[in-house]
Design a protein. Structure first.
Lengths: 226, 141
């Protein structure tokens, strides 16, 4: 009898903790990253894939942005946050490409497109699964030579879907605003509604093309309704 | 010289129960530990790596190799555990079966000598006590 009561109490406690953490995260939404102070990257984690990309916050007066400079490297910065995108599905950000990775070095070779998998700017929305192999990811990229609206699987893993949201050099050097409904995007590319989000990430990489790329990011807003 | 038992299954229902018990007792913790290690190691590493490409590039090929190794080694592991379980169950069920047969022979009067067991058999002390009891009964007559 006592054991039954204890088990029930434990279940209620567990449910309460889950509910409480969900409410806390929900109350924190939308999460906004204006990069207006030098220490704005303090709450982000750096993850090195192949060499370190230089991520820094540049502040002039009260305005700031995140700068990413990659020289034959690939590393990203990641922010952990958990919420269900069903109720607040919108994310937005501003980005500016200063220099695209040089894909000429690999274009004429017989290499596969894994060697060309470098982008001046990437914005990730990550959906972790129970097992790491069940992870899903939406990866919004600014590609120099892919058509806008292109959706494809990453050469590394099928569950990473690359969505080209900006294309070409036309807007190079200009701030461009992006806004996406991640719930709809996920449903469109994976064919079913998404689970909880595990975090967002940013990456500028040139590890495959062994060239140089530079991009700026700003005004990241996550988890709001339109 | 002691004769080795040729039959590995003596008293089928009893030994079968014992065999299954030993086999399952060894298998369940082994499987739980393997699953926990697999899940914990790869999931914790994935949580650390975070960047999906890094996970896909570094972790997934390793996980695939580990999965293949597990699937190849699983039947071998099961076979080894099964052989050990058969041996262990036989060491317990064998002497019991023999003891029962020997006692039957003494009850029917076919034999009146001491019961002997093999050196490595379990229940040796029990057999010694039965021999003492037989001895006492003999003297009492």
């Amino acid at each position: 009898m006592l054991r039954k009561v204890n088990n029930r109490l434990l279940l209620i406690l567990l449910f309460g903790v889950i509910l409480f953490s969900s409410v806390v995260f929900a109350l924190q939404l939308p999460k906004w990253f204006p990069f207006q102070t030098k220490d704005a990257l303090k709450e982000w984690e750096e993850k090195v894939f192949k060499g370190r990309v230089l991520y820094s916050v540049e502040v002039k007066n009260t305005e700031g942005y995140l700068s990413a400079y990659s020289d034959s490297t690939a590393s990203g910065i990641f922010y952990r946050l958990t919420f269900s995108p069903a109720a607040k599905p919108m994310v937005s950000w501003k980005w500016k490409v200063i220099k695209f990775p040089d894909k000429k070095t690999v274009e004429d070779s017989s290499n596969g497109w894994i060697e060309k998998d470098d982008y001046a700017a990437r914005f990730y929305v990550i959906f972790p699964g129970f097992l790491f192999s069940q992870m899903k990811c939406l990866e919004y990229v600014w590609a120099r030579d892919l058509r806008e609206g292109t959706v494809m699987s990453s050469p590394y893993f099928d569950a990473i879907k690359i969505i080209v949201v900006e294309s070409g050099k036309k807007k190079k050097g200009k701030w461009v605003f992006e806004e996406r409904n991640i719930y709809q995007d996920y449903k469109k590319v994976f064919g079913r509604p998404p689970g909880r989000i595990g975090g967002i990430a940013i990456m500028t990489d040139t590890d495959n093309t062994l060239s140089v790329a530079e991009a700026h990011y700003d005004e990241i807003r996550v988890g709001y309704k339109k | 010289m002691e004769e080795r038992r040729r039959r590995k299954f003596v008293d089928i229902p009893f030994q079968r129960k014992l065999l299954i018990f030993i086999f399952v007792s060894a298998m369940i913790p082994a499987v739980i530990v393997a699953i926990c290690l697999y899940y914990l190691i790869f999931n914790l590493l994935a949580q650390q790596m975070v960047i999906p490409e890094a996970i896909a590039y570094n972790l997934i090929p390793v996980a695939r190799k580990v999965t293949v190794i597990i699937f190849i080694s699983l039947p071998v592991t099961l076979l080894i555990i099964w052989i050990i379980a058969v041996e262990m169950s036989h060491k317990i069920a064998g002497p019991l079966f023999r003891l029962e047969r020997e006692l039957d022979r003494r009850i029917s009067g076919e034999d009146s000598s001491y019961i002997t067991v093999r050196k490595k058999d379990e229940l040796k002390s029990l057999v010694e006590k039965i021999n003492q009891l037989l001895d006492k009964i003999k003297k009492g007559r």
